[in-house]
Design a protein around this ligand. Structure first.
Ligand SMILES: Cc1ncc(COP(=O)(O)O)c(C=O)c1O
Length: 415
């Protein structure tokens, strides 16, 4: 790894926690160059919901490449894009009675967020955006302005303006979805904030440490937005594409957001692709007003289409995700209880869970001990206090059990 540490920028981070040189990958496993296997409970931070080199998706990709089909096309018409949009409409939007225009911004999640924020401001003619404590929306300046982490915000080098953070669910500890404070501010004629263009929210904060908003809190927010003419943006970059069970993470709360951000697993194979979904009457972009060279990468359309046609033609994946999630939740609750003297809070929804420790030091040690045992788990949260479990949704029951045992062993060795 010497050439990498010598040449790659100091900004690199995951490789510092996992000092191995990875080479091959299949399903829920990564292999280093010496052939050592690691069970992957990280899944590309949510970009690999269907595992590494999923054989069905690989076959579709190899066939496309072998046929000299179009790889790069900006936003020209291509067969691959047509097939992706047809599958997305038929299998995702129509069954849920959702109607969205699809914008392909740049390929990453932050690109989807930037487009959403710009459009919300353009539509409303307002500048302010409501964000939430603990939120993570990406590293570009717009996305960073609605991101909570002081560490990441500090990297901006310029003031991050026109965003107002509000307490995320559970911050105030109340039993009800209490938006009275915000409601009063918005109604205030005595110096409340300017009326916002939008509110941007994650239903489960991933990088924020697996903070799960209650459905009633989300509905309270949606209701407030509707009454005040504020656009609701759900950032489903990490929690969408089935991570919480249903395709969209907001389905369980019955929301119908005005704008939705998707990326990570929408291309299915770990190839870069992002979508900003727009309520049709809000799609007031001028042609080319928001553009980019890498929008709609055709190989990602191909694997994305194969993913939708394989995993979203029925509810089998959703059911298995929820079942695996319940098993993980039960195991984590039992593990936390079995270690008296160390306060550990298990949290999660669907197949995204964490063990939240009192500080980042303990969580970091657990992650390191898991790595020694051949399990990849990252830490998240404001102090890195949450050991985060994000296995591929396609993980087998045996692999899930194996990973949970390795984690339990790692926790016991540290606590
Ligand atoms: C909720 C959410 N939004 C946006 C992003 C940014 O995505 P990207 O890193 O692809 O720019 C992330 C990344 O983790 C995320 O979790």
């Amino acid at each position: 790894m010497g050439i990498i540490t010598a040449r790659e920028s100091a900004v690199r981070s995951y490789c510092r926690a996992w000092p191995a040189v990875f080479d091959r990958a299949a399903g829920s496993w990564l292999y280093d160059e010496a052939g050592r296997a690691y069970l992957d409970f990280f899944a590309g931070a949510g970009a690999l919901n269907y595992g590494h080199n999923n054989p069905v998706l690989k076959e579709a990709l190899l066939g496309y490449l072998a046929g000299d089909r179009v790889i790069h096309s900006l936003d020209m018409y291509t067969v691959a894009k047509r097939e992706f949009l047809a599958a997305f409409g038929e299998l995702i939007l129509q069954p849920r009675q959702l109607d969205y225009r699809v914008q392909f911004p740049g390929p990453g999640g932050a690109n989807a967020v930037e487009a959403a924020l710009k459009l919300a401001r353009k539509v409303t003619g307002r500048t302010e955006v409501i964000s939430f404590t603990g939120a993570f929306h990406g590293m570009t300046l717009g996305a960073l302005s609605v991101t909570g982490s002081p560490f990441h915000r500090g990297g901006a080098g310029v003031p991050l303006t026109h965003a107002t953070p509000m307490p995320f669910d559970h911050t105030l500890g109340g039993p009800a979805p209490d938006f009275r404070w915000l409601e009063r501010l918005l109604a205030s004629r005595g110096g409340g904030p300017d009326k916002p263009a939008a509110a941007i929210v994650e239903t489960v904060q991933g990088e924020g440490g697996i903070r799960v908003a209650r459905p009633e809190w989300l509905r309270g927010l949606a209701d407030l937005c509707q009454r005040h003419g504020i656009l609701l943006i759900v950032d489903d970059v990490q929690m969408g594409c089935g991570r919480t069970g249903p395709f969209f993470s907001f389905e369980a709360a019955g929301l119908r957001p005005d704008i939705v951000c998707l990326s990570k697993s929408i291309g299915g194979y770990g190839l870069p692709l992002a979508l900003t979904l727009i309520r049709p009457d809000l799609d007031i972009w001028e042609p080319g007003e928001h553009n980019g060279t890498f929008r709609g990468v055709n190989p990602a359309f191909v694997t994305g289409t194969a993913t939708l046609r394989t995993y979203w033609r029925d509810d089998a994946l959703q059911r298995s995700t929820l079942a695996k999630g319940q098993r993980a939740a039960a195991a984590l609750a039992a593990l936390a209880q079995s270690i008296p003297g160390t306060p550990i809070e298990p949290r999660g929804r669907g197949l995204v869970h964490c063990l939240a420790f009192e500080d980042g030091e303990l969580a970091g040690k657990v992650s390191a001990a898991a790595f020694e045992r051949g399990l990849l788990v990252e830490t998240a949260g404001p102090q890195g206090e949450a050991v985060k479990l994000l296995p591929p949704l396609t993980i087998t029951d045996a692999e899930l059990g194996q990973g949970l045992e390795l984690l339990a062993d790692a926790v016991r060795s540290v606590c």
